[in-house]
Design a protein around this ligand. Structure first.
Ligand SMILES: [Mg+2]
Length: 283
């Protein structure tokens, strides 16, 4: 009799891009697997470092691909950053290097985004109130400009160090169909250099917050959860650190050649080509 080892798990944690989908198209096996897991009563959560969308955007994106997932089961680095700040310092005032999705998640939890509506390179950098701001928060920002960087830099260089520096994620690049573009991590690197300060907290994978929140909301012990990811240094490393079974899916950024000599921390417990492999009985 064949036994598929994936049946041992109660909760299935999925990275998005490179695992469930590539840009707006589902990857092989994603629709079939999620539907099968749903029917079997398994819990499914999406864990994404992408900070540019709100959770309801993901509900819609996945629904357009034929995948049903509830907002509560979607953890993004923006949402968790907003949650972290609202628990630590409610009603904070925040300067954002990031896109609308990040700003909206912060505002959804009653945090104040202090960026002016218009913040182009035509504005005067110092025509801005630098006082009373609690955080600089960074995420991927495809409209990043000189004025924004100069303002964030000056907030972080304030002598009284009252502005805390938090990053949604540290992914240095982001894959698109046409090639790599700078990711949220690039914003951290530049601001650290400009301010002479290190970021004080990073929220996204591989940091533990996203995994621990997923276990908490699904009420799952770590032994009963499995993380599917396509990046060794984020998805897999983070799961390994916590003790969640890690499964590398080769449908994204990591290729077979990248696996030649991975260190223990980066070694996935299971390697599959795509999610169709999870549906197959494995001998
Ligand atoms: Mg990915």
């Amino acid at each position: 009799m064949f036994e598929n080892p994936f049946h041992l798990f109660d909760t299935f944690l999925f990275d998005g891009d490179g695992v469930l989908y590539k840009e707006n198209s589902p990857l092989p096996g994603a629709i079939e697997l999620l539907s099968q897991l749903e029917k079997s009563g398994k819990k499914i959560l999406l864990l994404t470092n992408n900070s540019t969308k709100v959770r309801t955007d993901y509900v819609q994106k996945l629904s357009d691909m034929g995948i049903a997932i509830k907002k509560e089961d979607i953890l993004t680095s923006s949402y968790l950053t907003a949650k972290h700040i609202s628990e630590k310092k409610p009603n904070s005032r925040i300067y954002v290097i990031g896109e609308e999705g990040l700003k909206k998640e912060l505002q959804n939890l009653n945090l104040e985004v202090v960026n002016p509506k218009i913040e182009t390179n035509n504005e005067e950098i110092f025509d801005f109130d630098f006082e009373g701001i609690d955080y600089v928060v960074t995420g991927m920002d495809r409209k990043l400009n000189y004025v924004k960087m100069a303002r964030a830099m000056n907030l972080l260089r304030k002598k009284d160090k009252t502005v805390e520096f938090i990053a949604t994620n540290a992914d240095i690049s982001f894959p698109t169909n046409n090639g790599l573009i700078p990711g949220g991590g690039a914003m951290i690197t530049v601001l650290e250099e400009l301010s002479g300060r290190k970021v004080s907290k990073i929220i996204g994978k591989p940091q533990e917050k996203m995994y621990l929140t997923a276990l908490e909301i699904s009420n799952t012990p770590k032994e009963k959860a499995i993380m599917f990811g396509d990046r060794l240094h984020t998805d897999i490393y983070g799961a390994n650190q916590i003790g969640i079974t890690s499964c590398l899916v080769l449908s994204g950024v990591t290729s077979q050649e990248d696996l030649e000599e991975p260190s223990d921390d980066l070694s996935p417990d299971i390697i599959i080509n795509d999610l169709l492999d999870v549906l197959k009985p494995i001998t």
